[in-house]
Design a protein around this ligand. Sequence first.
Ligand code: ADP
Ligand code: MG
Length: 336
Amino acid sequence: MGEFDLIARFFQRPAHRAAGHVALGVGDDCALLQPAPGTQLAISCDMLVEGRHFLPDVDPTTLGHKALAVNLSDLAACGAKPLAFTLALALPRADEAWLAGFARGLFALADAHGCELIGGDTTQGPRNICITVFGEVPVVNGRSQALLRSGARPGDDLYVSGMPGQARLALEALQGQRSLPADVLPALRQRLEQPTPRVALGLALRGVASAAIDVSDGLLGDLGHILKASACGATINTSDAINSIAAGVDSTRPEVQFLMQLPIEQQQALVLAGGDDYELLFSAPPTARAAVQAAARASATPVTRIGSIETTPGLRLVDAQGQPVSGRFASFDHFA
Ligand code: ADP
Ligand code: MG
């Protein structure tokens, strides 16, 4: 199977599937995108490298899902509606079973979001997957509706979707650092290998959130990016936040119960510093509390208020008594 057969067989789909915003898809020298009048293109690119972002023996179907999911998550964090994506693929050889599985996972997620594959590049080499996504954000009265990292203001509430830390828990189990009860591993593994990009929530938060980011590197680390871009600080009451998050996502689920019976230091390390969950972390003014809840309901996504944005720079973690959280865990706060 040559390069062009491979593209035609696995990545070129009938034109009738293309949505209205794709004027020309795979097959020519360029694809043509037609964003709606009065909108901006939101563009993001993420690369997954074998050995660094995924193991050689990972299920290709889940890999296809994840490669696109991490990109859709960036669109979600900007409040952008997915339109299309390109796929640059380096493969050691044309392994048909691998390609079929990869394409299945990729297109299942793409179709769920109406996001069309419009082009790419295919080359022989160490396995490497690079996706660029294109999304659409309205411009209203000359103002972009995109959610940025820089919009947080003192007095804003801080929120997170879902329960970060589950992907890290799965990773630790898969790496043999931790044993998990049989009834919790599948759900946690799904979090790690097939994360749900919070696209619907991101769209619902346009005009509601003041700043947003997706949690790829850990909640506190990614919060640091919002604080830096917004020139603000924040306080989080860690045990309150973790308890509220667990209640928000449904504390009767076995994987949540498992996480919540771990020692508090481990809960904190997982929820506040574990990466790869692709939840949304965002701020909104207190006047928008009802609107945030409405956005959570409209997108069927659990959202929990975990802290507040303040004028004083730096991040302050406090316990239930308002005392600074100290000890080993404090070392995760590398940007205070
Ligand atoms: P060119 O030489 O002009 O860069 P290519 O021969 O690399 O074009 O690709 C031919 C067509 O197939 C182009 O439309 C390109 O966008 C598309 N394409 C190549 N690889 C992929 C891929 N992995 N997924 C989707 N489309 C692809
Ligand atoms: Mg090419």
